[in-house]
Design a protein around this ligand. Structure first.
Ligand code: ZN
Length: 139
């Protein structure tokens, strides 16, 4: 019996809206998966912005498109690829220049408070909902 493949996905990213994350960071949602929990976005991070401390409850990978990302593994510049294993903790992730990166996480990222309680979860659902909001209406 022949089964159909799922459809190809082509994201014309120039046509996607930048959605505000806050504190100088915006993103475009390229893909989310309810089946695997994967989400793929482009982050655009203004000079001087950064992500708060977080755990990767799913491995992550990125490709720097422009600028510099400074974090535990070192300074990633345009063209650099990084892989962030399941469970890693990033205390500080900063952008000393205007930067963009393609980022996929294979599960949630949990931002934590100083006492390690969770302040916010970034997962496929968060991005799927934001993507739907911005597709539905007017931005
Ligand atoms: Zn991280």
């Amino acid at each position: 019996m022949k089964t159909e493949n799922p459809p190809d996905i082509l994201c014309q990213t120039a046509k996607l809206p930048w959605i505000e994350f806050g504190a100088g960071i915006h993103y475009k949602v390229l893909r989310t998966s309810a089946e695997t929990g994967d989400w793929t976005v482009i982050f655009r991070c203004a000079k001087g912005s950064g992500f708060p401390p977080h755990y990767h409850h799913g491995a992550g990978e990125y490709l720097m498109l422009e600028g510099v990302m400074d974090y535990r593994a070192g300074k990633a510049v345009a063209g650099d690829y990084g892989y962030e294993p399941l469970g890693v903790y990033h205390e500080s992730t900063t952008f000393p220049e205007d930067s963009e990166l393609l980022f996929t996480n294979h599960g949630p990222v949990a931002f934590v408070n100083p006492d390690m309680s969770i302040s916010m979860i970034l997962d496929w659902k968060f991005f799927a909902e934001k993507q739907a909001e911005h597709a539905a209406g007017a931005a």
